[in-house]
Design a protein around this ligand. Structure first.
Ligand SMILES: Nc1nc(=O)c2c([nH]1)NC[C@@H]1CN(c3ccc(C(=O)N[C@@H](CCC(=O)O)C(=O)O)cc3)C=[N+]21
Length: 294
């Protein structure tokens, strides 16, 4: 058997097209142009790539992008002052502070200073709480994208066994909450889980978010399962170059799974699309409008 390859790049492109249409309607009917402020502290090359692709996705969708590049030695007080200014700016509907932040800055303190209604990363405890209690929330973009991909494969996730490997605040925990809201039976596995391969083999939906290259092997996967690979690991490739691999052994997964996401071209592009989606959602909520349909 060869698994279906879930084309995250194409699904993200389609979603971005729908977001652009919804944003155009919002501008026409209500005179609102959603705006996203992206704050980058320091010059990490990988972060610069992500920030560029986010800004491009925002402008492609007809929204406004406000980029703030600060030097690596920026003080915590200066960063907090910028966030206060962005919280008060009526043209800014979403604020994203790129992680990781330099060591002189307390990331938790900074993320908690973002207005929860502009927190397009969904990292603020108020949004974590809203998600956990089933209220309208800004949801972290990577888990949001993972669930959209799973729903592309299955019209309903209700009653499915979902296993999430990883319990981070950014992916594992919010993903578990989203899957629970879809009526999945959810297991969150992690480094202390006993018989991890056996736990994974029970999964109809398997989500790997551990950050260990190719850890999930073919014999961890239930035949026919849907496998969503959240990992993005840069490893040595051919001829002294590096390559990206996920947390799943892709070749082995292809032989066992029903469907599998590639890396790159799977969850990554969906993360970007969901940043834009959350900016649109934040803009609608700020105007007292219902959830946009995309
Ligand atoms: N506040 C904050 N929010 C984030 O969402 C956030 C962050 N900080 N810090 C860094 C991580 C990483 N991240 C990615 C987004 C897209 C791809 C992506 O599109 N990847 C491409 C490949 C890109 C490549 O070739 O390097 C793909 O998987 O196809 C990857 C990684 C968002 N992050």
């Amino acid at each position: 058997m060869t698994a279906k390859i879930i084309d995250g790049k194409a699904i993200a492109q389609e979603l971005r097209g729908n977001i652009a249409k919804a944003a155009a309607e919002l501008a026409k009917d209500h005179g609102i142009v959603p705006g996203l402020a992206v704050v980058l502290v320091g010059a990490d090359p990988a972060s610069e790539v992500y920030v560029r692709s986010k800004s491009k996705a925002v402008t492609d969708a007809g929204m406004k992008s406000f980029d703030h590049k600060l030097p690596a030695d920026t003080s915590q007080d200066d960063l907090l002052a910028l966030i206060k200014q962005l919280n008060e700016d009526k043209n800014v509907h979403g604020i994203l502070v790129q992680l990781p932040l330099p060591s002189q800055i307390d990331s938790t303190l900074v993320l908690n200073s973002i207005d929860p209604n502009k927190d397009v990363d969904g990292f603020h405890p108020v949004n974590a709480g809203r998600l956990a209690t089933g209220q309208r929330a800004l949801v972290p973009c990577t888990p949001f994208g993972c669930v959209i991909l799973a729903k592309k494969m299955h019209s309903s996730l209700s009653g499915m066994n979902a296993v999430v490997i990883g319990r981070s605040n950014i992916v594992g925990k919010p993903l578990a909450q989203l899957l629970l809201a879809e009526n999945c039976t959810v297991t969150v596995a992690h480094s202390k889980t006993k018989d991890l391969p056996g736990v994974c083999r029970e999964a109809d939906l398997l989500f790997a978010a551990v950050g260990r290259p190719e850890m999930v092997k073919g014999d961890w996967i239930k035949p026919g399962a849907t496998v969503i690979d959240v990992g993005i690991n840069r490893v040595p490739g051919e001829a002294g170059k590096t390559k990206l691999v996920g947390d799943v052994d892709y070749k082995e997964a292809l032989a066992v799974a029903g469907a599998v996401t590639p890396v790159p071209g799977g969850v990554g592009p969906m993360t970007i699309a969901c940043v834009i989606l959350n900016t649109l959602r934040a803009a609608c909520a700020s105007a007292g409008l219902p959830e946009p349909k995309v």
